[in-house]
Design a binder for this molecule. Structure first.
Ligand SMILES: [Cu+2]
Length: 289
């Protein structure tokens, strides 16, 4: 249980941080502040992976995120402006971020039942503050994950739950797909999972084809600088993985990702690819035994 609490902290142990030693500035309080709890040098629940490469180690520096809505409280169906503030352990802003897959920050938004998924890119306004317009389909709890690389530091994923007002939708309990196939924009995407055992390398193989003809699509475009992106969340949204292809220059019909699931249970997987200017998002639910 303690382990899980540590993972819920939404704070990563990170490498060297260039913003250290910056003068403290008064920071307006924002809602949903994620406090740092993690100090044990444990790998966090969040992993950012490139092929089989895992980032870890380095000098421990804590960072935290605060999320706030300009409207005060977000409401379903409205266009909301979300402000994201990244601070170091002394509550000084983190000033510099590295471009990672063409963006300074990636934001993943999911509903509690993981039926809703959004991957967007906040704009950097300086002094550790990003903002982005977004909207929520229904009232309820949503988890926000910011994915970024502080200059001179390690890739970070900080997350927090936020409440959204408005009528809630009945939540759909997650269950493993009987067939790992989905269709979007006239494109069929099949997923084949290698033997998925907790903490063992597993290959995710996506095959992208024309839904009508079955012909393999071999002219995928790079999406954010690589052949595809995969985001994986455990059913409780505590385990977050962002994986990039083994061959970042692949153009289809097959794109492979290597990862490992941290423990047994249900996971939702979103594969994202780009074809003819359109981003294809393919959701799957799998069970790791
Ligand atoms: Cu992104």
């Amino acid at each position: 249980m303690k382990h899980i609490l540590v993972m819920m902290s939404g704070v990563l142990i990170l490498g060297l941080l260039t913003a250290c030693g910056q003068a403290k500035q008064p920071i307006p309080a924002l809602a949903h502040e994620s406090q740092s709890l993690n100090s044990g040098g444990q790998p966090s629940a969040a992993h950012h992976e490139h092929g089989k490469h895992n980032e870890s180690g380095g000098e421990a520096v804590k960072q935290k995120v605060s999320f706030g809505f300009t409207s005060g409280t977000a409401h379903a169906g409205n266009k909301e402006k979300l402000t994201i503030r990244i601070q170091d352990e002394h509550e000084a802003p983190v000033y510099q971020f590295r471009v990672n897959h063409e963006k300074l920050m990636h934001l993943i938004v999911v509903s509690r039942d993981l039926s809703f998924f959004n991957h967007i890119h906040p704009v950097y306004r300086g002094k550790g503050v990003f903002d982005v317009d977004l909207s929520f389909p229904a009232g309820g709890d949503y988890k926000l994950f910011t994915d970024f690389v502080p200059e001179g530091g390690k890739p970070a994923v900080l997350s927090e739950w936020v409440k959204v007002g408005g009528e809630a939708r009945p939540s759909a309990p997650l269950k493993a797909d009987s067939r790992l196939v989905t269709e979007t924009e006239g494109i069929r995407i099949d997923l084949t999972l290698g033997s998925a055992k907790p903490n063992q390398d597993t290959m995710l193989t996506f095959r992208i084809s024309d839904a009508k003809t079955g012909r393999g699509i071999d002219n995928l475009q790079p999406y954010l600088g690589t052949a595809g992106h995969v985001v994986i969340l455990s059913a409780d949204a505590e385990q977050y993985l962002h994986v990039h292809p083994v061959d970042e220059k692949a153009t289809g019909p097959v794109v492979q990702f290597s990862t490992s699931f941290p423990r047994a249970g249900l996971y939702k997987i979103w594969g994202q690819f780009q074809h003819q200017g359109k981003v294809l998002t393919a959701p799957f639910t799998v069970e790791v035994k």
